[in-house]
Design a protein around this ligand. Structure first.
Ligand SMILES: C[S@@+](CC[C@H](N)C(=O)[O-])C[C@H]1O[C@@H](n2cnc3c(N)ncnc32)[C@H](O)[C@@H]1O
Length: 206
């Protein structure tokens, strides 16, 4: 059996439950704080840690072309089965390196990192920031959420602050355009989320 990608611990074993949980949420509810920042015109979007594909499908329905990246095989299989829009390309790849994504040479108007960043340790987060910033087109947006509260059994998760994430992004030349917190839609009263969005400059230095 192949080893699990670092950060995905606990997902494959519970994939059927995750489908029920993640697909019970509406795209527009999950992202309601940041919807106004998302591209209005048909754009190229990459959803990293796409899970069951709920958001990839949401963006596809809005007319965007979506690359959905998911390393947990069980979730990827569910996602492909549930969301068959031809404008979604599924890729088995993982943070921090995203080697397959980078090999395509594509750049994106929006990079989504929903509920995935806190699965990376500090060293991985630093490397991942460099790799995801390099995927942005000029003026592109990166949208990210961080889970806070008790860690579900079997998961690898770190307490990651908005301040650290802003510092990492700003050091790479991005500007913070959104920073908010709110209680979780799922997971009970002890769980809350930070939501952050960052804008790339007009010209990106490689
Ligand atoms: C809480 S789920 C969120 C799924 C989806 N973004 C959503 O909002 O429904 C976290 C996802 O991150 C994925 N993940 C964990 N570690 C990862 C890594 N190193 N690289 C990419 N994805 C990872 C998991 O497999 C899982 O699908």
């Amino acid at each position: 059996m192949t080893a699990r990608v670092s950060g995905t611990e606990g997902y494959g074993e519970t994939a059927d439950e995750r489908v029920k949980q993640y697909e019970s949420l509406a795209f527009a509810d999950v992202h309601r704080d940041m919807l106004h920042l998302f591209p209005a015109r048909p754009s190229r979007i990459i959803d990293i840690g796409a899970g069951t594909g709920r958001d990839a499908a949401g963006f596809a329905e809005l007319g965007h072309t979506v690359t959905a990246v998911e390393p947990t095989q069980e979730l990827l299989a569910h996602a492909r089965r549930l969301h068959r829009q031809p404008s979604i390309t599924w890729i088995d790849d993982s943070l921090p390196e995203l080697d397959r994504v980078h090999a395509s040479g594509e750049r994106y108007d929006l990079v989504m990192l929903t509920a995935v960043w806190m699965h990376l340790d500090r060293t991985q987060r630093e490397r991942a920031m460099a790799r995801v910033v390099a995927l942005l087109r000029p003026r592109g947006l990166m949208a990210l959420s961080l889970r806070h509260g008790p860690v579900p059994p079997g998961r690898r998760m770190f307490e990651v602050t908005s301040a650290e994430t802003r510092a990492l992004a700003e050091r790479r030349g991005l500007a913070t355009v959104h920073d908010s917190e709110r209680p979780a839609l799922l997971g009970g009263p002890s769980v809350w989320w930070s939501r952050l969005a960052f804008r790339a400059p007009d010209q990106i230095k490689c």
